[in-house]
Write a protein that binds this ligand. Sequence first.
Ligand code: AMP
Length: 302
Amino acid sequence: MTVRSIAVIGSVAFDTLETPSGRADGELGGSAVHFAVAASFFAPVSLVGPIGDDFPAATREYLVARGIDCSGLEHRPGRTFRWHGRYHEDMNKRDTVALDLGVFAGFAPRIADATRRAPYVFLGNIDPALQRGVLDQFAAPALVGLDTMNHWIDEARGPLEALLERVDVLVINDEEARLLAREDNVVRAARRILALGARRVLVKRGEYGAILFSPSSVFAVPAFPLEQVFDPTGAGDTFAGGMMGHLAATGDADDAALRRAIVYGTVLASFVVEDFGGRRMRTLTRAEIDHRYSQFVALTSF
Ligand code: AMP
């Protein structure tokens, strides 16, 4: 079994989070950070993204201590990306209260030579033109994951669709899948996205779980049932990080491996929602992950 490395590009952020349970300011977040922290439980990860003058040395040290390669964190003059989100009582819904691009504006990453050889690449939710520019720099990735959002489907449909044929797993929520495919039914939407070129489509459905569509099969998992969801921020990226981390750890890419990896992604996501931002990941252990994985197996076997 060869553990392969993963490169992730996306936002590195400080978040203000408001949920029905309370409020937190200045929480470490961003799509690439949530992904990298989750993946680091399983495999070596290189984190690529811009940081500003306000990024504390202690935060970088935390990431390095997790085994995350932070040499791709590019220090630029200005403030780190900031996002302020507010969840509704129904925590499947949230509003962006404020977003400050800071050092993300004008960021054009140059991937270091060592990182370019990473066989697993995850393109976090950023401008599809930037995602393509990054992907072009990788030598021969074995598996490419991609996340996107409504904004890019509306504003950059052409570049996004052009990327799909280079994507092994498109990770997308159900609303985005419908928007991208211009189809109300999620199954038809996924089929349409496969026809656009993505090799597999993983549709996230929040508290209802996820469905993986490939041309020849469909696999559905529930979310792990929790009594309390404290803060859903980062669940999607943590899910993707757990999934790709586990794939990289095994080196397998067949359907069975992908199914197991999706369950690990589900398990990781079920932990991150237990506290604000990524706080829960600081105390999480591999033993807790494996215990919940076996609970999940029991939950879904009949
Ligand atoms: P998730 O809950 O998995 O969608 O991820 C939430 C994370 O994405 C937060 O930590 C935010 O900092 C980050 N985020 C929110 N909006 C954007 C955006 N427009 N571009 C990049 N990152 C974002």
